[in-house]
Design a protein around this ligand. Structure first.
Ligand code: SAM
Length: 314
């Protein structure tokens, strides 16, 4: 595919995606394999995950998916039934990151002795793709945003999954259209999120401090919010919506350093520069040192809620 773009947008770009200029032709601005136009659909905050070392922090500090929640979702999207073929049951994962969710899916498949399946992971950021390949070497990963699944043909996919990623592209009509385009008729879309539990006062205070940073961006949402489902409900091509928003929780035990690291791996913090980033991290440290629930503690329990939703293509 050939991407067209202005010289100005090349100069303005701070993206780490390789720019292959060798194919510039005599008309000046035709670039092959140029990923910038794809990246325009990736929020500036999410691009913070492409800064050096952030994918490692992400992998270290983000929670795993508890297998019962993943098993529940896989059952809802029909992935655990026998796949009799001849073609493999094809799953496309959107925004696969470092592969935390993919690994959970593989474990559940192993437990259920699921055979004859194929997972195609997708992820727009090269740095995340590289970490993914290190963590999940046996699963193919395509570098692309949800809005550009050009490698996948119409009506070819048995199931699409997005784990803690759909809120990054729910507002992007092209992404919703791509999901609809590649799913087979009656195939399922499964969404899962973990999100910080704001019933814990220090988590609430830190998240509320970060919320406006997201609201200032075009994608405008920190993490799960049921409003992210509206474009799917409004589309007209998805039916049989289902949800489980209360059953699953998850906890991690953190030291102060771990809490700070966990927030260094949060997109808006990872994307911030210099003094702004320092201020955010200082404010988080201050919260931990002054909140009555944490100030006399050395270990903190970070609580997460899990929310699961699923839809069927008509
Ligand atoms: C919170 S991480 C979740 C990663 C992984 N699914 C997990 O559960 O650990 C969100 C991921 O969505 C990706 N993302 C951001 N914008 C996207 C877009 N427009 N299309 C597809 N993925 C996107 C980010 O690069 C990031 O890897």
């Amino acid at each position: 595919m050939i991407y067209r773009l202005s010289k100005l947008s090349i100069l303005k770009s701070k993206l780490s995606t390789p720019i292959l200029t060798s194919n510039l032709n005599q008309f000046g601005l035709k670039l092959r394999n140029f990923h910038l136009s794809k990246m325009e659909s990736v929020s500036e905050a999410a691009r913070g995950w492409s800064n050096p070392g952030v994918s490692n922090i992400y992998e270290k500090t983000r929670p795993d998916y508890n297998l019962d929640s993943v098993e529940f979702l896989l059952e809802k999207v029909g992935a655990l039934k026998p796949h009799l073929g001849p073609e493999p049951f094809t799953i496309v994962e959107l925004g696969a990151g470092t592969g935390k969710f993919t690994r959970a899916v593989l474990k559940v498949f192993e437990k259920h002795a699921v055979k004859n399946f194929k997972i195609i992971a997708t992820e727009p950021l090269r740095e995340m793709c590289e970490k993914f390949k290190e963590m999940v070497p046996n699963v193919e990963i395509l570098q692309c945003p949800a809005s550009d699944l050009e490698g996948l043909t119409n009506n070819s996919v048995d199931c699409i999954l997005a784990a803690t990623s759909f809120h990054w592209f729910y507002k992007d009509q092209k992404a919703i259209e791509e999901i609809h385009r590649v799913l087979k008729p009656k195939a399922m879309l499964g969404l899962i999120w973990y999100l910080p539990d704001r019933s814990v006062s220090w988590i609430k205070n830190i998240e509320e401090m970060l919320d406006p940073k997201y609201e200032a961006l075009k994608f405008g949402i920190n993490t799960y919010d049921e409003k992210a489902l509206i474009p799917l409900r409004d589309h007209g091509g998805f039916v049989n919506e289902g949800a489980d928003v209360t059953s699953y929780t998850y906890t991690q035990e953190f030291s102060l350093t771990d809490v700070i690291d966990r927030y260094k791996g949060k997109s808006v913090v990872a994307a911030a520069q210099g003094a702004e980033k320092e201020l955010m991290l200082k404010a988080i440290e201050q919260e931990m040192k002054t909140n009555p629930e944490t100030k006399n503690e050395e270990k903190y329990i970070f609580k997460f809620l899990k929310k699961l939703h699923w839809f069927q293509k008509i």
